[in-house]
Design a protein around this ligand. Structure first.
Ligand SMILES: [Zn+2]
Length: 150
């Protein structure tokens, strides 16, 4: 998840169907698949005036309805600019997707490591940080990693 403003970044090129894609890559997609399915369902909010495309093996969706949801339903000041669910990134618009790509790709890698346990681990980490007096978003270790703090 990225709250505005966010750092610029570039995606690490790793196309899903390259000739060199090994078993480990496919296992990473499989491990993240439960959350990716949720992301695919959420990406339907990109229609009718949005767009869904594949960028470096990750589905990126954007559109006015997604922008409204990210702005008003994500519990961050100002909402979220983008959010990652498995191998799906939901963004407000194309410039936002371009600007947050590096950050959100770190979250994709986290899903590949943690699989279906990332969302509960993320929430527990936020709660743990908040109990200790930190900011549940900015001090969350998953976000710190995505922002390059660790
Ligand atoms: Zn994030």
């Amino acid at each position: 998840m990225t709250s505005p403003p966010m750092p610029r970044g570039r995606a690490r090129a790793r196309p899903l169907w390259s000739a060199g894609a090994g078993v480990a890559v496919w296992l990473a997609y499989l491990w993240a698949a439960p959350t990716t399915v949720l992301g695919l369902l959420a990406s339907l909010l990109a229609w009718p005036r949005g767009r869904i495309c594949l960028v470096d093996g990750v589905i990126e969706a954007r559109g006015p309805l997604l922008a409204w949801v990210l702005r008003h339903l994500v519990p961050l000041p100002g909402g979220a600019a983008a959010i990652t669910l498995g191998h799906v990134v939901l963004g407000r618009d194309q410039p936002t997707l371009d600007q947050t790509r590096g950050h959100e790709r770190v979250h994709v890698r986290q899903y590949e490591r943690w699989g279906p346990f990332l969302v509960p681990a993320y929430l527990v980490a936020s709660l743990w940080v908040a109990v200790r007096g930190g900011h549940p978003y900015l001090d969350n270790p998953f976000e710190r990693q995505a922002f390059g703090d660790e």
